[in-house]
Design a protein around this ligand. Structure first.
Ligand SMILES: [Zn+2]
Length: 429
């Protein structure tokens, strides 16, 4: 079998494996209604006209710069990667220092990512000013700058490691680099998922064990009732940058943890914190992070093979002014291709995420049997976080990782009717 045939067969096999895994692992129908007609999704039923108007105004202020930033980032990646400009930039920054391909990849990646970072900065500052105006952001401009620099640094390290691997492997095994690339890429996803809570999260936040008291006792009791082994709940010092409320599960195996924002612990009633933790327990019990990591590993292996196919396309290489991925100047082309793949696969990833989130919502309802409390909690989350209650369908499809507040509230009402529990009345005054 030629290396080309082997590549095509492997790519097809990975695509089929990913499709089967997605079909089996994603809860496509998290709450079967068995013929019961679904509750209407209607923001006006639970949110006042003033709340809806405030959220609309916030999104009108924050969306334009956020979208411009995304478009600018994509266009820069495309212009640098699909024309010889990026390759020239890599040569220009690396040439004065001499050295081999490793230096060219490292310096080239720094230069390419800095161009994107600097040109999107004004738009991101504009978004941040909108978040500040609406009280969502509580950090100073200095702290914002530090956060931007840290996020850039973390992203740069990961990008450099990945590009060094691809270029290095392509130099070592021009015909079969993708075999090693796919295996190492998949392994890297697992390593990052495991190490994320230990290495990346502490760069941005401090985490402390929730202090002893009735809330901690009740949360650990809830986990016990649920049969999920949890011996600690961590509190993140999120309040130093935001007023928004959140909780999440991260890590796999020994690094798995449940984290709640300090903003939540300090402002929400304990019953609502309990309901939010019940949702997170759903993620823990279903091992959503572990299965997400598995799907991510398969996805990355597939992406490496797709890159290898594109890397054999001489027309594309000529556009970028390089001979092969073994050429250090190809890092611009690689970054552009990854940007395109991300753009294409993002909506599918978000759709899967929304189904998994809905399953965690159903889990919280099954565990607490408190749809009324869930409706009140979702209203608090949506109003405090200024979540979009009724996003345009395109925006929702492209960017939403969670169902909207009104959708999650409708789910609680569906759950109540299916379980013969009083259906929570509308909360709008
Ligand atoms: Zn969730």
């Amino acid at each position: 079998m030629s290396s080309r045939t082997a590549l095509l067969v492997t790519t097809a096999a990975l695509a089929v494996a990913l499709a089967v895994a997605v079909a089996l692992l994603i809860p496509w129908r998290p709450l079967p209604l068995h013929g019961v007609s679904p509750s209407p999704v209607d923001a006006a039923r639970d949110f006042s006209a003033a709340q809806i108007a405030r959220e609309d105004a916030f999104h009108a202020a924050v969306r334009p710069p956020a979208y411009v930033s995304m478009v600018v980032a994509f266009l820069i990646a495309a212009v640098l990667g699909f024309t010889p400009l990026g390759a020239r930039l890599v040569s220009a920054v690396a040439a004065p220092l001499g050295g081999g391909w490793v230096w060219r990849v490292v310096l080239g990646t720094v230069a390419l990512t800095l161009v994107g970072r600097v040109l999107t900065l004004p738009w991101d500052a504009w978004s941040e000013s909108a978040r500040r105006r609406y009280g969502l952001s509580t950090r100073s401009w200095g702290a914002w700058g530090v956060d931007v620099a840290k996020a850039y640094g973390v992203g740069l390290v990961l990008t450099v490691v990945i590009l060094l691997l691809i270029v290095g492997l392509a130099r070592w095994q021009p015909e079969y680099w993708w075999v090693f690339g796919a295996a190492i890429g998949a392994l890297l996803v697992v390593v990052v998922s495991f190490a994320y809570p230990l290495v990346v999260e502490p760069v941005f936040n401090k985490f402390t064990s929730m202090e002893d008291g009735p809330l901690r006792t009740s949360l650990l009791q809830l986990a016990r009732e649920d049969g999920v082994p949890v011996d600690d709940v961590l509190v993140a010092d999120a309040s130093r940058r935001t007023s928004s409320l959140n909780a999440y599960v991260s890590g796999i195996g020994a690094t798995r943890r449940i984290v709640v924002y300090d903003t939540l612990v300090e402002t929400a009633p304990p019953e609502q914190v309990r309901l939010i933790v019940a949702h997170e327990l759903g993620h823990a019990k279903e091992r959503d992070v572990m299965w997400g990591t598995f799907l991510g590993a398969l996805g990355v292996a597939l992406v490496v093979c797709v890159l290898a196919i594109l890397g054999r396309w001489s027309w594309l290489l000529a556009r970028a002014g390089v001979d092969s991925f073994g050429d250090a100047r190809a890092v611009a082309l690689l970054m552009a291709l990854v940007a395109v793949i991300g753009l294409v696969s993002g909506p599918a990833q978000n759709l899967m995420s929304r189904r998994v989130e809905t399953r965690a919502d159903v889990h919280a309802l099954d565990l607490t049997r408190d749809p009324q409390g869930v409706v009140e909690m979702q209203r608090r989350l949506s109003t405090t976080n200024l979540s979009d209650l009724d996003p345009p369908p395109l925006v929702f499809g492209l960017f939403s990782t969670h169902p909207t507040g009104p959708q999650r509230i409708a789910l609680a009402r569906d759950w109540a009717r299916l379980h013969n529990v009083p259906v929570p009345p509308g909360l709008a005054q």
